[in-house]
Design a protein around this ligand. Structure first.
Ligand SMILES: C[S@@+](CC[C@H](N)C(=O)[O-])C[C@H]1O[C@@H](n2cnc3c(N)ncnc32)[C@H](O)[C@@H]1O
Length: 244
């Protein structure tokens, strides 16, 4: 089931405001611009592919997301293929030379079976020599410990309304699964909206084992968006993999 944060049209409308373009998007845009056919899994509001088209990408751009409200935002651009759904129903065969999962979308794959199904579909959808690029937050730096209500994010929308988002993690956190709520308040709403989420924080070894089992090999791995080495204190595990 998709989180309320993505399925509620009002919350989907706030997504880009709360998640502005950042260094991760620059990293992926560079990869997209040098690929011919690109699939963005969990494309959300489609910012990356829309930006690629604006920047002159002339090949195939395809965005996949199970949240209709997010895809409705993406559909403002009709020269990109937008597909509602997830990888369990996808049937692409060797069609993309680049597949990306950005904005930590990979972490929504929680159960082993979901990870395996997704990686197997990704491998099938890649051309020979095609690459799968994605990132997952490094569990060694325990980022969820900083997702506390006192670190709420506040932004002002175009109409001047103040939007506030507070995170609260369910404790104790056991294993690599983190459950948390995001409480959205908006000066124009009568009551807050609460979205419940679950994310998986795979460590480097487990991630590597899932990739190998799916017939993928790691070509490059970075710890930050400047392509710095992956260390125990890196914020991200950024992986570029290809078919074995
Ligand atoms: C944090 S957002 C990232 C959106 C976009 N990639 C970005 O960077 O802005 C996560 C997205 O993953 C989507 N999602 C949730 N479950 C998914 C699944 N099983 N397969 C693919 N995408 C999924 C959500 O609907 C949401 O749009």
């Amino acid at each position: 089931m998709v989180d309320l944060a993505y399925s509620d049209p009002d919350l989907a409308e706030l997504y880009d405001l709360l998640n502005p373009w950042g260094p991760g998007d620059d990293f992926y845009l560079g990869l997209v611009m040098s690929a011919d056919a690109v699939l963005d899994i969990g494309c959300g509001t489609g910012t990356l592919l829309r930006r690629a088209r604006e920047a002159g990408h002339r090949g195939r751009l395809c965005g996949l997301d199970p949240a209709g409200a997010m895809l409705d935002r993406a559909r403002t651009r009709s020269d990109v293929e937008w597909t509602l759904g997830d990888l369990s129903s996808a049937g692409w065969t060797q069609e993309f030379d680049l597949i990306v999962m950005t904005g930590h979308a990979f972490q929504v794959l929680v159960r082993n079976e979901e990870v395996r199904t997704a990686l197997s579909a990704i491998r099938s959808a890649l051309t020979n020599g095609g690459r799968f690029a994605f990132e997952t937050r490094n569990p060694l730096v325990r980022p969820w410990e900083r997702w506390t209500p006192d670190r709420a994010i506040e932004v002002t929308d175009v109409a001047g309304a103040v939007v506030r988002v507070e995170h609260e993690v369910e404790t104790p956190v056991e294993g690599d699964i983190v459950r948390f709520t995001e409480t959205f308040t908006h000066t124009g709403w009568n009551s807050p909206r609460v979205s419940q989420s679950t994310l998986r924080f795979l460590d480097v070894e487990s991630l590597s084992a899932f990739l190998t089992d799916a017939g993928l090999v790691i070509e490059d791995q970075f710890g930050d968006w400047n392509r710095g080495p992956l260390t125990g204190t890196s914020p991200e595990i950024i992986t570029i993999a290809r078919r074995a």
